[in-house]
Design a protein around this ligand. Structure first.
Ligand SMILES: NC(=O)c1ccc[n+]([C@@H]2O[C@H](COP(=O)([O-])OP(=O)(O)OC[C@H]3O[C@@H](n4cnc5c(N)ncnc54)[C@H](O)[C@@H]3O)[C@@H](O)[C@H]2O)c1
Length: 337
């Protein structure tokens, strides 16, 4: 039987290092795929291509699935984010970001049980890309929230909560100030909730949500929110449980799914062989589950949990001394034992 084809964008900075490690661990667990390497990010721009070349978008559209390393976007000037282009071109409307405490990982909530998922809208809001100078001294950015965009997001989020046997879903918004955009988001949330009477559906204003998350994150189960709030709140959540080196995500569309770490290309540590590959590895595990390969995903996850719990081979961001390669070798060795 021919192997399943999966797109891979190694990306920029630490991207190629952590992608190689992730694929080595997937290979060690016996997951077989034909990896189709694709361009994207600053590397493409430097080769005279677009940040997210049309050929990459078309390839993923055809393959239906891809694993993506982080890509660099210049701040304030330069090319548009390759991520934003990809999410919009493939209509990857839901971004799913789990946050869970890990054994052996030090952090402010060590020993507590945080297990929450953020479902972030991924194509609208201030990321719609409608930005212009209304006057030489006035720059404007338009926030776009659509009713169909809300409806498909909530359908996906509520179905996910039900499927995973979770109990509570909380909409995060600022509808007290943005009464039309966030007001419509909230209105559609409670309309959707009526179809899922067994679930507890409630809402919270984004600023209060941030405060509650740093005081008592265990109270949250699933958070569903708009694009910008989701971007910020999910990094906050990553910080609660050990940082960006552990934070995974899945971009889900109707016909395509792209799996990537929450973190960026980390130019400050690129090329040093010290990046933590776990966030991309966990994203790959979400991909395995998406493909129904739950047993292989469980085996890798158990191995990572044992390595972290033992605490002898942690990467520098988690307070250890291990290189990316040493960590990879330890995860593979532990999987076999
Ligand atoms: N999904 C993406 O492709 C994505 C996401 C966020 C940022 N970016 C881009 O990445 C570039 C750098 O952004 P930034 O510096 O603000 O954020 P970043 O996430 O790259 O780095 C923030 C900090 O976390 C550390 N870090 C991140 N990932 C790590 C890992 N796996 N292991 C160990 N340490 C890790 C970095 O060393 C840095 O100190 C920017 O161009 C930004 O646009 C891309």
């Amino acid at each position: 039987m021919s192997k399943r084809k999966i797109g891979v964008i190694p990306g920029d900075g630490i991207g190629p290092e952590i992608t190689k490690t992730t694929l080595n661990i997937l290979e060690a667990v016996g997951f077989e795929a034909e990896w189709v390497y694709l361009d994207g990010g600053l590397g493409s721009v430097e080769k005279g291509q677009a940040a997210m070349p049309e050929s990459t978008i078309e390839a993923i559209r055809e393959l239906g699935i891809a694993l993506k390393g982080p890509t660099t976007t210049p701040v304030g000037t330069g090319h548009k984010s390759a991520n934003v282009i990809l999410r919009q071109a493939l209509d990857l409307f839901a971004n799913v970001r789990p946050t869970k405490t890990m054994p052996g990982v030090h952090g402010p909530f060590e020993g507590k049980h945080i297990d929450l998922i953020i479902v972030r809208e991924n194509t609208e809001d201030l990321y719609a890309g409608i930005e212009y100078k209304a006057h030489p001294d006035v720059a404007q950015s338009i926030k776009v929230i659509t009713r169909p965009g809300c409806q498909r997001l909530f359908k996906y989020a509520f179905d996910m909560v039900r499927k995973q046997g979770r109990k509570r879903i909380t909409a995060v918004h600022k509808a007290n100030i943005m009464k039309l955009t966030d007001g419509m988001f909230l209105e559609e949330f409670y309309k959707a909730a009526k179809e899922y009477p067994e679930l507890k559906a409630d809402d919270i204003i984004v600023d209060n949500c941030c405060m509650q998350l740093v005081i008592n994150p265990e109270q949250f189960d699933v958070i569903v929110t708009e694009n910008l709030y989701g971007d910020i709140v999910s990094d906050l959540c990553a910080g609660l449980v050990g940082g960006l080196g552990l934070a995974a995500s899945a971009n889900i569309g109707v016909n395509c799914a792209v799996f990537e770490a929450v973190h960026g290309s980390a130019p400050d540590i690129a090329g040093k062989g010290i990046a933590n590959p776990t966030a991309l590895l966990f994203s790959a595990l979400m991909m395995l589950r998406h493909l129904g390969e739950n047993e292989k995903a469980d085996r890798i996850m158990n191995s990572v949990l044992r390595v972290c719990d033992a605490g002898q081979c942690l990467t520098i961001d988690l307070g250890g001394k291990a290189s990316t390669l040493e960590y990879q070798q330890e995860v593979i060795k532990t999987m076999a034992s």
